[in-house]
Design a protein around this ligand. Sequence first.
Ligand SMILES: Cc1cc2nc3c(=O)[nH]c(=O)nc-3n(C[C@H](O)[C@H](O)[C@H](O)COP(=O)(O)OP(=O)(O)OC[C@H]3O[C@@H](n4cnc5c(N)ncnc54)[C@H](O)[C@@H]3O)c2cc1C
Ligand SMILES: Cc1cc2nc3c(=O)[nH]c(=O)nc-3n(C[C@H](O)[C@H](O)[C@H](O)COP(=O)(O)O)c2cc1C
Length: 763
Amino acid sequence: MKVAVLGAGPAGLYFAISMKRRNPAHEITVFERNRPDDTFGWGVVLSAETLDNLAANDAVSAAWIRDYFAYWDDIAVLHKGVRTVSTGHGFCGIGRKRLLLLLQRRAQDLGIELRFETEIDDPRPFMTSHDLVIGADGLNSRSRSAFADVFKPDIDVRKCKFVWLGTRQKFDDAFTFIFEETEHGWVWAHAYQFEPETATFIVECSEETWTKWGFGGMTREQSIATCERIFARQLGGHSLMSNAGHLRGSAWINFPRVLCERWSHKNLALLGDASASAHFSIGSGTKLALESAVALADYLHSEPSLAAAFEKYESARRTEVLRLQSAARNSLEWFEEVERYLPLDPVQFNYSLLTRSQRISHENLRLRDPEWLGGAEAWFQQRAGNTDNLRRTPMFAPFQLRDLKLKNRVVVSPMAQYKAVDGCPTDWHFAHYAERAKGGAGLIYIEMTCVSPEGRITPGCPGFYAPEHEVAWKRLVDFVHAETEAKICAQIGHSGPKGSTQLGWQHIDAPLPSGNWPVMAASEAAWSPANQVPKAMDRADMTRVRDQFVASAEMAARCGFDMLEIHAAHGYLLSSFITPLTNHRTDEYGGSLENRMRYPLEVFHAVRAVWPAHKPISIRISANDWMGDEGVTPAEAVEIARLLQGAGVDICDVSAGQTSIRARPVYGRMFQTPFSDRIRNETGMATMAVGNIYEPDHVNSILLAGRADLVCLARPHLADPYWTLHAAVAMGDRDVKWPDPYLNGRDQLYRLAERNTTIGLKV
Ligand SMILES: Cc1cc2nc3c(=O)[nH]c(=O)nc-3n(C[C@H](O)[C@H](O)[C@H](O)COP(=O)(O)OP(=O)(O)OC[C@H]3O[C@@H](n4cnc5c(N)ncnc54)[C@H](O)[C@@H]3O)c2cc1C
Ligand SMILES: Cc1cc2nc3c(=O)[nH]c(=O)nc-3n(C[C@H](O)[C@H](O)[C@H](O)COP(=O)(O)O)c2cc1C
C-alpha cells in the first residue's frame, strides 16, 4: 500500500512504524512541517500499562523508550504554604522531543521516508496519489478542516489559559502541583521531571487572572519573567524556558477539546489529536494517540477493505476516547473551578484534587497510600467532633444541625410508598420505616407527606392533616426513638400541578382514570398535555396553603420528628414557583428569582416560626432543570441556596430535575453531586447530595472531598433496609450498632466476611 502520513507527532510516527511492522512492503512517507528536533512541549506522561501495550506492538521502540523513562510514585501539592505528599500513584514519562527522536530513528530503520519542513495545506492531492492518507496533524488539523462537513468536529475551547514551559529546577521526587495566590488571582503549575536535567512546568490560570496580569500583551520573555516571579519560591533561582517558537506572542493558549463525529472519509483517516483530544491534566493525549495508531494498523491488516477497517477502528476506539474524555472533563472542570476549592483545608483540598477525575476512588486511594488516607480520615473525624475512633471512614462521622446529632452521614432519602388510605399511614409505613431505622443510617426520611387532601400526589399518599395521621406517625416516631439510634425527618409538601395522579407503579404522573380532584400551581401550566391545567393560585390560595404547611409542621412537631424538610423540588407546588419553566406570573411572585422565591420563603418563615427552635429545617430543591438557560441552572441554584441560607434554612437537600417533561438529564454515577458541591463550596451552606449514589466508596469520597455534608440514598434502601450495616461489614468497620436481637446474625456475618464468603449478601 502507498501511504501518506500527514504529521510526524507521536500518532503519525507510531502509525507508520506499526504499519511497516505488519507489512514491510508498504511504501510509507511521513510529512512534517517542522525540523526533526524542532518540537514544542516538554515531557509527556505515560503509564507502565501503556508501555506494555507498546512493547507488544514493537518491542524495539518500546525498549528504547523504556531506557529514557522517568518514574514517580508521589504526588505533592503545595497549597497555603503546606506541602502534602501522597504516594503509590505510579506514573512514568519521557521528554516529548526524546520520544519523537526515538520514533523517528525507528521509522527510518524500518525504511519509512520522513520528509521534514514540508507544510501540508490540503490532504486532497494525497488522497488521489496514495492508497491511504492519515491525518495525524494535531489539534489544529488541516486534514480535519478540509472535510469539516464530513468529520463534524465538536471543538470545545475551555476556560483556562495555560502555557507549556520547562525548567532546570528539580521536581524529581514527586509530580508537583503548586498553587500560588497573586495580586491578580490564583495561578498554578503542574510540574514533573522527565529527564535528569529538565522538568515540565505548565502554568495555568483563569482567563480573568490572565487578563489582569496582562499576559496577552506580553512578549514571550516578559511572560516567562512574570511566571518566574510568581513561582520564585519553588523555582529556587532557576529560570523557566519556552520552546513554543511556532506560537505567536506569549504562547499561552486555551485547551480545545476536540471530538469528531466521524474519523474517516474515503481513503483518509484522522488519528491522534486531529480526531479527539484529552486534556493534559490527566496526561492521556499521547497514550490515546499511540494506542489508536496501533488499533488502526491492526484493523487495516485484519479487515478486507479500507472501509471495513475504518469502521472497526472508529467503533473500537470511540468508547475508549469517550471514557478518557469524560475523566478529562471532570479533571479540567476541577481546575477551571479550582478557586471554589482553594479555601478548603489543605487535607481536603488535596483529596479533592486526587479524586477530581472520578477515576480514583476512596478505596483506590487506600490501596495507593493507606497512611495518607488514614491521616485524611482522622482529620475528617476530628473536624466532625469524633474523639473515639479516628480510623473510621467519613460516612461514620457524626454530624450536628442545631441540637440534632446524627451518628453518621448516611440518609435514607424520602421515597413515596403509595400505601396510605385517605392520607393515613398504614402498617406498611410502620414496618417499612421501622426496618430502615434499624438499618444503621443516621437519618431516615419519611416520604413526601401532604399538607392537605388536594395536596396529595396520588390517592395513596399520606398526610399531616387529620387526627388519625398524627396517631399513626407518632407511633412510628416513638418506635424509632425507643428502639434505634436513627433520627427521623418528616418531608412535607404539596403536589401542585402534579397532583391527582396515579400510583408510582401505575402510570406515574398521569391523571386518575376517575375521581380526579382540582389542582393548583404558580401558573396555569399543565405538567403534560394529558394532565389538568392547574388553577393559578391567587393570594387567598397562597395564604390557605401556607397555613396548611404550618398546621402540618405543628403536627409533625407533636409527633416528635427530629427534623423537618419542605419539599420545593421535582415540579410540585413550591417548585412550580421557583422554576421559570412553570412560573409565568407577572405579579411579585413571578419574574426575577427573588420574586419566584418569595412564596416558598414565605412558607418557610411561617413554618420556621412554629417548628421547635432547637430542631433543624431543610429544603429540597431541583438544582438543575436540565433545560439550559430556559430553566433553573446549577449557577442559579447557588443563588437559590444563598436565599435559603439567608432565610435561616439549616441545610439544602440538593436534588435535580423532574420539573419538565422536556428536560434532558445527563445520568451517571453521582450525577447530581456536582450541584451540591457547587452550592456547598460557593455559599458555605451545609448540603445533602442525592442521586445514583450506591456504594460506600461513593459516600466516602463525596464527604471527604467536601462535596456534601450528608449523603442520601434512595433506591439502594428499597433493595436493602440494612444498607449501612452491610456497608460497615464490607468495609471492615465493626463499630456500628446492630439491634440487640440481631447480634447473632451480625456475628455470623462478621465471621463470613473475615473468611471472605457470603450468605447471599454482597459483603
Ligand atoms: C501542555 C500540554 C501537556 C501535555 N501533556 C501530556 C502528557 O503528559 N501526556 C500525554 O500523553 N499527552 C500530553 N499532551 C498531549 C499530547 O501532546 C498530544 O495528545 C499528543 O501529542 C497527540 O499526538 P498527535 O501526534 O496526534 O499530535 P501532535 O503531537 O500535535 O503532532 C502533530 C504533528 O503534525 C505536525 N503538523 C501539524 N500541521 C501540519 C501541517 N499542516 N503540515 C505538516 N505538519 C503538520 C505538527 O508539527 C506535529 O509535529 C499534552 C498536551 C499539552 C498541550
Ligand atoms: C419510589 C420512589 C419514591 C420517591 N419519592 C420521593 C418523595 O416522596 N420525595 C422526594 O423528595 N423524593 C422522592 N424520590 C426521589 C428520591 O428521594 C431520590 O432523590 C432519587 O430516587 C434519587 O436517588 P437514588 O438514585 O438513590 O434512588 C423517590 C424516589 C423513588 C425511587
